[in-house]
Design a protein around this ligand. Sequence first.
Ligand code: HEC
Length: 490
Amino acid sequence: MKQFPVISFSLVALATTLGAAAPPTFNRDIAPILYANCATCHRPGEVAPFPLLTYQDASKRAALISGAVSGRFMPPWKAEPGFGDFAGERRLTDAQIALISDWAKAGAPEGDPSDKPQPPKFTEGWQGGQPDQVLTIPVKYALPADGPDQYRCFVLPTGLDHDVYLDGTEFRPENRRIVHHALVFLDASGQAKKMADASPDGSYPCFGGPGFPAAGLIGGWAPGLTPLPHDPSVSQPIRKGMDVVIQIHYHPSGKPEQDQSSLGLSFSGPPTKGRTSVLLFDHQLDIAPGDANYVAKASLTLPRDVQLAGVTPHAHYLCKDMKVTATLPDGSTKPLIWIKDWDFNWQNAYRYRTPIDLPKGTRIDLVYTFDNSENNPHNPVHPPVHIHWGEETKDEMALVFLTVLLPTTDDTRDLQRDVGRQYVEQFLSQVRTLDDLPYEMLSPDAVTRLTQVFKMFDKNSDGRLDDGERTAMLAFVKNFQEHQQQQAKP
Ligand code: HEC
């Protein structure tokens, strides 16, 4: 009998906890969410404009925080749930958003100090351990207090006297207030060095790409992303004499700033598996001013079985919607990624939690939508003008890199060769005049060869291929490729 009052007391406590009577508090409910999902960027010296570590930081911005998370503007994460299952997804649950919103409505109470969790600890310095070689950009780059964002390329000679295999890179931004993201390329052509040497501060402007045909993309960084674990099985060669080129996107902070970021390289033996990037793109962009729904499309059929490890969609400011889908030979479809409100400032190399098996014969489709109207707040040109493919801020791109895994490095070479042939056939089946060649995507060598072939088949030399001439050219190229393949066989 004596136990009854105790039991009924607990029931009341339980009912109170479950009911709306007790609002969430910062210490018990909100701090754990902010520490786990926001503090990577919202802490001193990081990219976000204010810290979210203390009760004071958060409570004075309770309404702003509630609005930013309810609209899913924060934490920044562009991929739609259900369209690809990605590692490191930054997404609050509906329950977490409801807690933050209830907390803000209740006047942002602090709660019991004993509920408060320890603030998160962050590793200073290299996140993945000391690299084998550290390359630092050769100048302190000065960024003015305001003005437009800047995209600069810095050349970092490796100074290596022999070839090496890279199994991981880590970009370390020096000034995180202004470094918005970075991409790391290899240059085997020496072109980047020429451009950098011609400029007094040893760097050159580069918005849409590094300005040379890159011999590989070897790394990247964006706020809040942790470096990939080293993987010697898919190491990549850096040949002696190649330059490492870092493209950095700077965003002015309101004060004059400087930056001298670094890149860590770690080395291992040659790869035991194949990994490569397959590019899918629509280069024939012709976006009329005022067109709010221009659709770019590209397709590619996989010439062999692959595992898809990741996907990196890319476009500039006019793009609003990106969808990449796989249609398997059995007719079933797999969504690879969908971004509904593309934002150039939050691009990402998305990595699947588990690689996706895609059999030979799978068709990959890219469908991107662009808004070149005055109503697009990201439109960099006023009034809008005709837009084509290019690397400048006002130009556009529609492409996706697919990171695929294959059993051996020979398989990656064969895959790239087969994909290359598919592209040549696609180009040639569309080509009417020499102006139609995708010059931006081709090496000078390929342009020379394709021009020769074109002239050979333009029998009446009127500068145009009619249907008959084009069919003859396609048959010739196909034949030539098959012949080459026969020759390549041991
Ligand atoms: C990957 C880095 C990153 C993460 C993670 C992140 N933020 Fe942000 N946040 C930013 C940046 C950068 C800005 C400045 C606006 C911009 O550039 O988009 C910002 C701006 C904000 C703003 C101001 C919005 C406005 O309208 O002025 C709020 C509020 C905010 N973040 C809350 C949060 C909360 C809450 C979380 C966690 C649930 C979070 N952020 C996670 C980087 C981040």
